[in-house]
Write a protein of this length. Structure first.
Length: 609
């Protein structure tokens, strides 16, 4: 998802006439030219001759209660995208490029104020009906009427969507001069079949457990609500020979089992209940894989490097709650989080401390503001803390011994400045007489071993801190309603960052239920810098604006940052095979838990139990 196109019009010529002053291209790239030429045959991180066949069982956390991913209500499976196609797809080797999937080409004017996507003539729904521009328009209309707020905000720079004929769909974007909203639309919008949804009283505004009709490489074979879902490969999938799909989607059958408890999930893997696991616990990775299947070679482990910019995981403090509206309270709570002790005693010395809202990337703040950042920040100096201009942001560090007396003293000083004092061992609001209570809300319990020591530290200085674990449906409902004190959230961003910043940190999203502005950020300086990010015309300008925004957010103490791991930790049955070369940026199983470019090794398939 990405910004300024610099692709020559000579990349592709089509029979369809182009408007004067436009280019017709098979790929989009925001900065520079696409890495892969129009005649490329497959991406480097696949085996184009990978055998099709066999089955794989995977695991997913939590549960699901809907197969409609457009709307706010309900929790759909993460793998629901297996049944769908988007207009274009990323390469995994570039952060700002898209290559044709449903769309064979894109026509663009010089000012980037609109785009016309031409759909492939052979694109079909699973019932054999062609995928049309009318399906794209129907889906857009449904998103506008019923779509989840995050999805709507992500596409809010697209103003109109028109079906010019059966195969051409035109979008008009706000402003112009910027490829980013066009890329976002191409990579995000997955058309729904209008003829199927409008038949027999189906309603895209409601949750459903009826397997929907798709156009992708898989269809849903069976559903056990909340427990498992089985996908089967579509043998005559219309897009199986596209260069962007060659070597992918090799399993005939994919079963996803859901586990509400991560420890139970791991024990199930050890017992052989599923075949592929993306590990996210450092201590378990370091010492938990010494079990029989690992010892006798039935299971192998991989640490797969990735340069993918990562989302920022951390405790998000809900500033809608009066107790957290004061930044001094938020800063004090951050001082009491002893990451160094947690890293040493719980994380097995693994992971890097997250110091930015844009970790593992060139978009986050480093050191002191540079000249380009100061140009953006100086007009707002009166609204910003002096420290932002004179100090690099750095959370406190300790020796890992659990001795945090200095941090506790500093925290109590900040609490006192904010109107809190200790009375009879309880941190109490001087004006209201109310004690400071904090509930950490969790939907899986996976971070209990991290949260609990933090809770004990908070209790030592008189804070009534508790952890509440709820089921995934209740957790999602409370997130959508902003009904929490503190939640652990990982806010992923697209590269370069774009309209998702509005729903993460924009004031307009703070009171929009279902948005991702969990902290309730309402900061006019942040709003202004978000718009500077969106208006930037080159990579340097984008980076200057995101770094300036990052400083404003960090010094606002809306997040107590956690940690990140640039590598992907994977354990798998040894009869599963994978290409030798991973994609530079995108390993799809990081978010979906589905290894799309893996396959069953025929030579080892007989070793399966």
């Amino acid at each position: 998802m990405r910004r300024v196109l610099a692709v020559a019009a000579t990349l592709l010529s089509l029979a369809l006439p182009a408007y004067a002053g436009t280019a017709v291209v098979p790929a989009l790239k925001q900065f520079g030219e696409p890495q892969f030429a129009p005649d490329f045959t497959h991406f480097p991180h696949v085996n184009p001759n990978a055998p099709k066949g066999g089955s794989v069982t995977l695991a997913a956390p939590g549960s699901f209660d809907s197969l409609n991913s457009l709307i706010l209500r309900g929790v759909p499976p993460r793998t629901l995208g297996l049944i769908a196609d988007t207009l274009m797809v990323p390469s995994g080797w570039e952060l700002d490029a898209a290559y044709g999937a449903l769309a064979e080409s894109v026509e663009l004017p010089d000012d980037r104020s609109w785009a016309i996507f031409t759909l492939r003539a052979n694109a079909r729904w699973h019932d054999g009906v062609p995928v049309t521009a009318q399906d794209v328009r129907f889906t857009w209309d449904q998103i506008q009427a019923h779509g989840a707020p995050f999805l709507k905000s992500f596409l809010d720079r697209v103003k109109t969507v028109e079906a010019l004929d059966d195969r051409r769909v035109k979008i008009t974007v706000d402003g112009g001069g910027d490829l980013k909203p066009i890329l976002d639309f191409a990579l995000t919008l997955s058309p729904r079949p209008q003829h199927w949804w409008t038949a027999n009283g189906r309603d895209l505004s409601k949750t459903t457990l009826e397997p929907p009709l798709g156009s992708g490489p898989y269809r849903i074979k069976s559903v056990d609500p909340g427990r498992s879902i089985v996908f089967e490969r579509v043998a005559d999938y219309w897009g199986r020979d596209l260069p962007v799909n060659r070597g992918l989607y090799n399993f005939d059958s994919v079963k996803i089992d859901y586990y509400r408890d991560d420890d139970v999930s791991f024990e199930a893997f050890k017992a052989g209940a599923y075949d592929f696991r993306a590990e996210n616990r450092a201590l378990r990775w370091a010492s938990g894989y010494d079990f029989p299947a690992m010892q006798d070679g039935r299971v192998a482990r991989l640490a797969i490097p990735s340069e993918l910019p990562l989302g920022a995981q951390g405790f998000r403090l809900n500033t809608r709650r009066p107790a957290f509206a004061d930044p001094r309270v938020r800063e004090a709570l951050g001082l009491l989080f002893d990451f160094d002790w947690i890293r040493k005693n719980i994380l097995a010395g693994q992971y890097r401390r997250t110091l930015s809202n844009f970790p593992n990337s060139d978009f986050g703040a480093r050191g002191l503001p540079g000249p380009a950042e100061l140009v953006l920040l100086e007009p707002h100096r009166a609204q910003l803390p002096d420290r932002l201009f004179t100090q690099p942001f750095a959370p406190p560090t300790t020796d890992g011994s659990s001795n945090t007396r200095a941090q506790q003293r500093d925290a109590l000083r900040l609490f006192k400045e904010a109107g809190w004092e200790t009375r009879n061992g309880t941190l109490t609001n001087v004006k209201t007489g109310e004690p400071l209570r904090i509930e950490f809300l969790d939907g899986t319990g996976a971070l209990t071993r991290v949260v609990q020591p933090y809770i004990e530290t908070l209790r030592k200085i008189g804070i009534d801190a508790t952890l509440r674990i709820v089921d995934s449906a209740q957790y999602q409902a409370r997130l959508d309603e902003f009904d929490f004190d503190v939640v652990t959230v990982n806010l992923n961003f697209f590269t370069p960052p774009g309209t998702e910043l509005r729903t993460y940190f924009g004031s307009a999203a703070a009171d929009t239920k279902g948005s991702a502005n969990y902290a309730g950020v309402r900061d006019p300086v942040a709003d202004a810098l978000i718009e500077r990010v969106l208006a930037a015309k080159d990579l340097d300008s984008v980076q200057a604006a995101t770094r300036a925004l990052d400083r404003v957010l960090l010094w606002g103490f809306f997040m107590i940052p956690h940690w990140h791991n640039p590598d992907n930790w994977v354990a798998h049955k040894t009869w599963l095979a994978h290409p030798a070369t991973p994609a530079k940026y995108d390993q799809d199983f990081r978010n979906t838990h589905f290894p799309a470019n893996w396959w069953v090794d025929p030579a080892k398939a007989g070793a399966r139990p």
